[in-house]
Ligand binder design. Sequence first.
Ligand code: PMP
Length: 289
Amino acid sequence: MKIYINGKFYDRNAARISVFDHGLLYGDGVFEGIRAYKRLVFKLEEHIDRLFESAHTIMLNIPLTKEQVIKAVIQTLKMNKLDDAYIRLVVTRGEGDLGLDPRKCLGHATVIIIADKIKLYPEEFYKNGLAIITVPTVRNLPEALNPQIKSLNYLNNILAKIEAINAGCDEAIMLDSLGYVAECTGDNIFIVKNDHLFTPPQCMGTLRGITRDTVMEIAGKSKIPVHEHVITRHEVYNSDECFLTGTAAEIIPVVKVDGRIIGRGKPGKLTLDLMKKFKVATKKEGVRY
Ligand code: PMP
């Protein structure tokens, strides 16, 4: 495996960054998780746009243009001879001293690209659906650390994930500070009620997921009404269908939330239809190499 760090490729064991890198010391940096399907990097431009927006907000200067980042991603995929891949693109503040001050970070941000084989979720998740729970850890408040910034600091999500695992679940619904549904630890959430789709808006403390956007696009084309709307737990429990979206997970049906059966307790019709249409989109929309 060859890993890209600041324009050079290193073997896995030789790919190292400084212990003074503020990405490590403070989670000071941004990242993207991207996927390639049969030599097509799905929605790569959208991922790069989101990366640059996250970096802009934390005043992190990415030392490459968007076009150069796209080239570097493609180069990494080719170097590793991968047709299908999961790509992790990371930009840290770089090497500084032990204080917080980002001005002390020498020269350049650290740009890292890792391309690996995708580890698929077990097939039964998609066939039978997931049982998930809501957890006590509240999603980061947008007015404190906006979840729209895809930062390297994922401790909020990890705490929620630990709570889910302790309860025997693989994913958790995180609520906002008022108790409304925000998103999951690594996925966005949708519910279906009377053939309408509902998902929380960004102001509730959610990442603007690329998969979420894709699902909304597909729904639009299929004339399925989509609403970005406040969602309560009651509405989730009484929804007809529920599913999660994310780059790694794609679309995963949810059949049980906090012990309440959703719909008929198996993946719903609309969810299954969206899963099919999403598969088609992954063959078309992105950058080929
Ligand atoms: N929310 C969170 C917290 C995430 O980490 C992710 C995965 N990046 C998502 C939602 C889904 O976003 P995307 O569809 O862009 O992968």
